[in-house]
Design a protein around this ligand. Structure first.
Ligand SMILES: Nc1ncnc2c1ncn2[C@@H]1O[C@H](COP(=O)(O)OP(=O)(O)OP(=O)(O)O)[C@@H](O)[C@H]1O
Length: 236
């Protein structure tokens, strides 16, 4: 579904992405894991067309994404920090996004109801708590029924009830055959969720393997312990 071929990205002297190649298939929930600054968000933004790699290419359903914006209709993106016009209320933000997307697909309002956002429609964005802004971002990512969901640190700031509800939603969407790419430092949140792991460090892709393979390779059942082992090895 998404194929990444030899992409590199330099910010001044810093190599944020170093010759990354991999592919992501539908029906998978893939965790992008790595230390701070390892290039996860840069990789995600490259897939979204928000960062343009210096070299290499990205194919979405076989088509090169460069100069092509149509493919973004198939993606729901939840950014690490959602930024919205301060003076708009939640209802206006939702309506604005519906106008911009302007497609005829049935809306998926599960999270709007699940997070009770429908009871807060008159609240102005500038008055919302951090967690409520996260809920709005999550609801927007799923709203247009995209085939691919890209979630950057989605559970950071969500309370435990919201976080569980959100994880159930992710599992349900994966089972429908969607591709979910998720970055998180809260590894305990990923245990029951992800089928594959991409591990990055210093802009390099160290491995992309199934969670079963990672467990086998590290002899650890829990993701947090497996990754702690991988990180320790790569810090040496
Ligand atoms: N627009 C930019 N201009 C300059 N440097 C950038 C830019 N975007 C990212 N970087 C740098 O690229 C490197 C990779 O950043 P990136 O945000 O992709 O890391 P990350 O793995 O997502 O980190 P975190 O876990 O902290 O979210 C960092 O050193 C960062 O400072």
């Amino acid at each position: 579904m998404i194929r990444i071929e030899n992409i590199s990205k330099q910010f001044g002297k810093l190599t944020a992405l170093h010759n990354i190649s991999t592919s992501c298939d539908k029906g998978e929930c893939i965790a992008l894991i790595g230390p701070n600054g390892s290039g996860k968000t840069t990789l995600i933004k490259s897939i979204l067309g928000m960062v343009i790699p210096d070299s290499g290419k990205i194919l979405f359903n076989g088509l090169d994404i460069s100069g092509n914006w149509q493919y973004r209709e198939e993606i729901g993106y939840m950014p690490q920090i959602g930024r919205y016009p301060d003076n708009m209320n939640i209802g206006q933000v939702l309506d604005m996004m519906k106008d911009i997307r302007n497609n005829n697909r049935a809306l998926d309002e599960d999270l709007i109801r699940g997070f009770s956002i429908d009871k807060l429609l008159n609240k102005r964005m500038r008055t919302l708590s951090g967690g409520t802004i996260q809920k709005v971002s999550a609801a927007l990512a799923f709203l247009f029924n995209p085939k691919v969901l890209i979630l950057d640190e989605p559970t950071a700031g969500l309370d435990p009830v919201a976080s569980e509800l959100f994880k159930e939603k992710i599992v349900a969407e994966k089972e429908k055959g969607k591709l979910i790419l998720i970055t998180s430092h809260i590894l305990s949140d990923l245990d029951d969720l992800v089928s594959r792991i991409i591990y990055m460090q210093d802009g390099k892709l160290i491995f992309h393997k199934s969670i079963e393979q990672l467990r086998k390779d590290t002899g650890e059942e829990r993701l947090v312990r497996s990754i702690a082992q991988v990180m320790a090895e790569n810090y040496e």
